[in-house]
Design a protein around this ligand. Structure first.
Ligand SMILES: NC(=O)c1ccc[n+]([C@@H]2O[C@H](COP(=O)([O-])OP(=O)(O)OC[C@H]3O[C@@H](n4cnc5c(N)ncnc54)[C@H](OP(=O)(O)O)[C@@H]3O)[C@@H](O)[C@H]2O)c1
Length: 303
């Protein structure tokens, strides 16, 4: 069951925000309009929002309500995966929002257990059924394990059939990407990898730019690990602009040309995380954040 008290608390914040809008508040208008989220153009010409909504670990009513509220707040990119076990709930949240399918950018991912040509075709069909959609905007190989080539060929086939608008990979290191590029007839549009203020992914960042493959950051807030939300350096930068550590982190991703998909169950955080397009970090701020790089994962248990 959904934690109603938590939603009432955060929901009331949204009510205040809505009142602000109804009194002509320009700033909120910018927040609640998806038009305020800029797009990147992928290497196949498809447009993808630079900021989206992550759904890892959101389940049941909490997931339905979070996705619904995220869409109402202005998010259009929704990131899920078979392994999250929540595609059905994500689909219900989308349905509840009443939004036009064409206005959304929905990503899912094929899990390791479903690698290989036939398994991937089957997994894709299960995913769209659970999500209640006819096509995906982006489908990713979640991890480079098992029969990656078979999965990729199946994804190319689905892409040709128009059932996926764009295909890509996740958690691919450079050699794994090189190997895929040797047989791929269609180049991946995205590599979704762990990237945040403490892990800048310098070599992948450079290589993906060179290859014209969009870097998408998973755990763009490092799930708050290593004290991201209280980090002094981020806070000092944030004080100059009246922004939180989360907002500085997300703005930093955007200025590096990275797509970020923060997750939150809280309406106030959904709104806060969207409010990053009205200021610009200086070159000096960007350099200062460079010094936070620990050049290693914050999620060793997922390796
Ligand atoms: N491809 C992959 O292998 C892979 C791996 C991991 C994640 N992902 C994707 O990336 C998405 C994002 O990563 P993630 O979910 O691991 O972590 P994340 O987005 O880096 O962090 C989520 C955490 O940050 C908190 N938070 C969010 N906004 C906040 C704010 N403004 N102030 C304070 N706290 C805030 C959330 O708590 P509250 O709910 O309390 O706000 C939550 O605990 C996932 O949901 C998933 O879609 C993909």
């Amino acid at each position: 069951m959904i934690d109603r008290r938590k939603f009432l608390k955060t929901g009331s914040l949204f009510t205040v925000a809505s009142m602000f809008f109804s009194f002509g508040g320009q700033k909120l208008f910018a927040l609640s309009s998806s038009k305020s989220i800029p797009n990147t153009t992928l290497n196949n010409g498809i447009k993808m929002p630079f900021l989206g909504f992550g759904t890892y670990s959101l389940l049941g009513d909490i997931c339905v309500e979070s996705v619904h509220q995220a869409i109402l707040s202005g998010y259009r990119l929704i990131d899920t995966a078979t392994i999250y076990g929540n595609e059905e709930f994500v689909g219900l949240g989308i349905k509840k929002s009443g939004i036009n399918r064409a206005d959304l950018f929905i990503t899912s991912k094929v899990w390791v257990d479903d690698s290989g040509y036939q398994n991937t075709l089957k997994a894709f069909n299960t995913s769209i059924k659970k999500l209640g959609v006819e096509y995906l905007d982006l489908y990713l190989i979640h991890r480079p394990r098992g029969d990656v080539k078979g999965s990729w060929l199946a994804m190319e086939e689905l892409y040709k059939q128009g059932k996926i608008k764009a295909i890509g990979v996740s958690n691919f290191e450079l050699p794994q990407l090189e190997e895929l590029l040797e047989y791929a007839k269609i180049k991946p549009v995205v590599n979704q990898i762990e990237t945040h203020a403490f892990y800048h992914q310098h070599s992948s960042y450079k290589n993906l730019k060179k290859q014209d493959i969009q870097l998408e950051a998973w755990s763009p807030l490092a799930q708050g690990r290593n004290g991201l939300f209280t980090n002094k350096t981020l806070a000092e930068i944030g004080n100059k602009y009246g922004k939180s550590n989360a907002q500085i982190s997300l703005r930093w991703h955007y200025q590096r040309g990275i797509v970020a998909i923060p997750r939150t169950e809280q309406k106030s955080h959904m709104i806060e995380n969207l409010d990053i397009f009205d200021f610009e970090l200086s070159d000096m701020d960007m350099k200062t954040i460079t010094q936070l790089d620990l050049n290693k994962t914050q999620f060793p248990e997922w390796r």
